[in-house]
Design a protein around this ligand. Structure first.
Ligand code: SAM
Ligand code: SF4
Length: 349
C-alpha cells in the first residue's frame, strides 16, 4: 500500500461556490445494489423488483478513478465510498487500493452496512482507510432482520468488532424511527460508552419516489437529545468543519462511563450553510445537494469523449450551481410527504 499524501493547504478558488462554501468532499456511490433491503431505503416489494442498474449504466472503475482524479486535481481532498452497499461490488478492494495512490487525496472513508466487513478489515486498513461508518438500526437480531429484510445481525456485529479491534475510527449510524427502534436509543448511547466507537442518530428522511417515510415515524434530533439527557450529561464537543453535519456530544452517564454520541438533523436543523459536499451517483451523475434532484451527467460527458478539462469544467459548474439550501422541512409542512425523487441507494446517503 502506498502512503497517503499530505493535505492540500491552500483552498482552490475552483472549489468555492456562490455562497462562499468550499466544496472539498466527494461522496461516491459505487453501486446501487445491496445485500440488504432496509425498509426506509429499499423497501421489500418496492425497489427489490429492480435488481440494480445494468452494469453498463454504472461507472466502470476506470471511469470512477478518472473522475476522482480530476476532482482531486481540482483540490478536493476527502472521499467517501458508499452505495448501495459498496462491498458487494466485485473488484472493489483492488479499486480502493488503487485510490490510495492518488496524490492529494488524504482522507478516504467508507460507509457500509457491515455484512461483508469482517474479513476485509485488514485489506481496508492496508489501503489507508481509517474511518468507517457502519449502519446499524437495531441491537436486537430479530428486529434487525425485520428492518433490513435479512437475518444477519451476527455478521454485522462481527464486522463492527473486527473494525474496532483493527483500530478503525468507527461511527455507528442509526436511523431513528418512532415505533420501530426508538426504544433502543438509550442502549445505543450506552454502547458508545462500552466500545471505542461513536454512535450517531440520523433523522429519517423522505427519499425516493416510493419512500416509506411517514411523519408519525419521524423523530427530531432535538427530541432524541432530550431523551438522552435523561440518562446522563451531554457536553457538546467542539465541532470541526471536517466532521461534517453531525453535532457531537460527550455523554457522561450516571454510572461514570462516557461515550460520544452525535445527531444528524438534515430535516429539523439542516446544515446547508456548512455543506462541503458533492455526490457522484452510481449512474455517474454529479449531485450538489442530497435533497435536490438537479444533477450533472458526468458519465454522458465522459462517454462522449469529454476531455479532463471539460470534465473539470462540468464539476466547477455543478459547484457553482449548488443551491443555498434545501427546503424539505417547509415542503413537508405543506404536503406531509414531499422529499426528493432520487433513491438513496443510488445517491449514497
Ligand atoms: N449500504 C451502506 C449503509 O447502509 O451504510 C451505504 C449506503 S446507505 C444509502 C448510507 C446511509 O444512508 C446509511 O447510514 C443509511 O442508514 C442512510 N439512509 C438510507 N435511507 C435513509 C433515509 N430514508 N433516511 C435517513 N437515512 C437513510
Ligand atoms: Fe442497503 Fe444501505 Fe440502503 Fe440498507 S441503507 S438498503 S444497507 S444501501
Amino acid at each position: 500500500m502506498t502512503q497517503m499524501q499530505s493535505a492540500v493547504s491552500t483552498i482552490s478558488p475552483d472549489l468555492v461556490d456562490q455562497f462562499s462554501r468550499t466544496i472539498s468532499y466527494l461522496r461516491v456511490s459505487l453501486t446501487d445494489r445491496c445485500n440488504l433491503r432496509c425498509r426506509y431505503c429499499m423497501p421489500q416489494g418496492v425497489d427489490n423488483d429492480v435488481e440494480g442498474l445494468p452494469q453498463i449504466d454504472l461507472l466502470s472503475y476506470d471511469e470512477l478513478l478518472r473522475i476522482i482524479r480530476i476532482a482531486v486535481t481540482m483540490g478536493m481532498n476527502k472521499l467517501r465510498l458508499t452505495g448501495g452497499e459498496p462491498l458487494v461490488r466485485p473488484g472493489v478492494m483492488d479499486f480502493i487500493d488503487g485510490l490510495s495512490g492518488l496524490s492529494g487525496l488524504n482522507d478516504i472513508r467508507l460507509t457500509t452496512n457491515g455484512v461483508l466487513l469482517a474479513d476485509k478489515v485488514d485489506v481496508l486498513y492496508e489501503a489507508g482507510i481509517r474511518k468507517l461508518n457502519i449502519s446499524l438500526d437495531s441491537l436486537k437480531p430479530e428486529r434487525f432482520a425485520e428492518i433490513t429484510g435479512v437475518d444477519c445481525f451476527a455478521q454485522v456485529w462481527q464486522g463492527i468488532e473486527a473494525a474496532c479491534e483493527r483500530g478503525f475510527q468507527v461511527k455507528l449510524n442509526a436511523v431513528a424511527m418512532r415505533g420501530v427502534n426508538d426504544d433502543e436509543l438509550e442502549d445505543f448511547a450506552r454502547l458508545a460508552g462500552k466500545m471505542q466507537l461513536q454512535v450517531r442518530f440520523i433523522e429519517f428522511m423522505p427519499m425516493g419516489e416510493r419512500s416509506s417515510w411517514e411523519k408519525e415515524r419521524f423523530i427530531s434530533a432535538e427530541e432524541l437529545q432530550n431523551r438522552l439527557a435523561l440518562i446522563g450529561k451531554l457536553e457538546r464537543v467542539a465541532g470541526s468543519r471536517i466532521d461534517g453535519p453531525a453535532r457531537i456530544y460527550n455523554l457522561i452517564m450516571d454510572d461514570g462511563r462516557s461515550g460520544k454520541v452525535g445527531f444528524i438533523s438534515p430535516i429539523s436543523h439542516h446544515f446547508c450553510d456548512r455543506c462541503n459536499r458533492l455526490r457522484l451517483t452510481s449512474e455517474g451523475r454529479l449531485r450538489s445537494c442530497l435533497l435536490h434532484d438537479r444533477e450533472t451527467d458526468l458519465k454522458g460527458l465522459l462517454r462522449l469523449g469529454g476531455s479532463d478539462l471539460e470534465i473539470s469544467a462540468a464539476i466547477r459548474q455543478t459547484i457553482l450551481n449548488k443551491p443555498k439550501g434545501h427546503t424539505l422541512e417547509e415542503d413537508l409542512a405543506v404536503t406531509r410527504r414531499g422529499g426528493c425523487h432520487g433513491r438513496m441507494s443510488r445517491i449514497g446517503g
